[in-house]
Design a protein around this ligand. Structure first.
Ligand code: NAD
Ligand code: UFG
Length: 339
């Protein structure tokens, strides 16, 4: 049976997707340079599934390594997670972000084209909607970006659209993730950020476990019900299952489709803090801090297209998200590092 290649397969979303793919009967090959992950995540996926993963260390910008990868393994489709994702860092290191994300994707597609593998699921982001004028956000909303990370995702979307326009025998999905949170129900795999977390859920979890003293809530003067930012948080296992559905869709279809992966429901920062502390019976001290530059007030998905095209919709509740985040964090206070 041919492999599904996961670039960045050892990362947060990649590892959860690897598990769902193995459970659905696919064979998985991960290609990762471990710049933001470790093999331990994949080892745990193997334990959870009772199946093995082929793990290759390499960089998507390394054309020779990719050629070798495709020549040594029969690959039917690629799920392309590999990329850098820290918005703040991207403003400091724009060339690094464009090289890694944009040049890396061009190199990957060049090799895929050469070897005739033309099915690609790409990790895009709701960041491509910029500060959307209307919520819920449909896939047809105008696109824009305000930082190099967002620009890199937008550029890649344009590049992939141009490629499919030129060569209609490609099949691609641009999966626009909203805010992935949570962890596998086992507590064995989860998000393991380096240093101080940028994102809300890992920060809340680290405060709850005592690694950080309190959460700064970035702004309480937004035009939202409680004044704090509203986002569409989606359980990472739902998100992972969306990739399985996208691959199944590509088995039947060519062309390119942008598809939101979100729940369609928005929660505020204070909703998240409250749910986390109430459901898990743990204190999450916080204080109100100034707005974070670049943040928007409200962002949530119009998720109907995923249901219509992929037969996918989010199934996990907010309680599941905060419970599973806490199980992972409390069982692995130092992430994969203690292993
Ligand atoms: P992650 O950092 O946990 O995973 C990315 C993986 O890619 C890591 O294992 C990293 O080592 C690897 N990688 C990075 N550059 C590479 C390169 N040049 N060659 C090979 N491997 C490389 O991040 P994640 O949260 O799992 O995100 C996966 C994808 O989804 C990213 O493209 C990200 O931009 C996108 N995304 C994430 C979010 C989110 O909030 N987590 C939201 C929207 C989109
Ligand atoms: N927040 C806090 N305190 C924190 C961290 C976050 O109050 O310590 C707030 C933010 O101001 C925002 C909300 O929590 O209102 C969510 O913030 P995140 O950083 O978790 O997520 P963002 O929506 O800002 O960004 C995420 C990804 C980006 C992606 C974007 C859109 O990190 O990569 O979703 O998909 F581009």
């Amino acid at each position: 049976m041919p492999y599904i290649l996961l670039t960045g397969g050892a990362g947060y979303i990649g590892s959860h997707t690897a598990l769902e793919l193995l459970n659905a009967g696919y064979q998985v090959l991960s290609f990762d340079n471990y710049s933001n992950s470790s093999t331990e995540a994949l080892n745990r996926v193997e334990q959870l599934s009772g199946k093995s993963i082929v793990k290759v260390t390499g960089d998507i910008r390394d054309e020779a390594a990719l050629r070798q990868l495709f020549s040594e393994h029969q690959i039917s489709a690629v799920v392309h997670f590999a990329g850098l994702k820290a918005v703040g860092e991207s403003t400091q290191l724009p060339l690094h972000y464009y090289d890694n994300n944009v040049a890396g994707t061009v190199t990957l597609c060049r090799v895929m084209r050469e070897v005739g593998v033309k099915k690609l699921v790409f990790s895009s982001s709701a960041t491509v909607y910029g500060d959307a004028k209307q919520v819920p956000i449909p896939e047809s909303a105008p696109r824009s970006a305000t930082n190099p990370y967002g620009q890199s995702k937008l550029m890649i979307e344009y590049i992939l659209q141009d490629l499919v326009q030129a060569e209609p025998d490609w099949g691609m999905t641009l999966l626009r993730y909203f805010n992935p949170v949570g962890a596998h129900h086992s507590g064995q795999i989860g998000e393991d950020p380096n240093g101080i977390p940028n994102n809300l859920m890992p920060f809340i979890s680290q405060v709850a476990v005592g690694k950080r003293s309190s959460l700064s809530v970035f702004g309480n003067d937004y035009p939202t019900p409680d004044g704090t930012g509203v986002r569409d948080y989606i359980h990472v296992v739902d998100l992972a299952r969306g990739h399985v559905k996208a691959l199944q869709y590509l088995e039947q279809h060519n062309g390119i489709e942008a598809i939101n992966l979100g729940t369609g429901v928005g929660y505020s920062v204070l909703d998240m803090v409250k749910a986390f502390s109430t459901v898990n019976q743990v204190a999450v001290p916080y204080q109100i801090a100034p707005r974070r530059p670049g943040d928007i007030a409200v962002c949530y998905a119009q998720p109907d297209k995923a249901k219509r095209l992929l037969g996918w919709q989010a199934e996990h509740s907010l309680d599941d998200m905060v419970k599973d985040s806490w199980r992972w964090q409390s069982q692995n206070p130092d992430g994969y590092k203690q292993a």
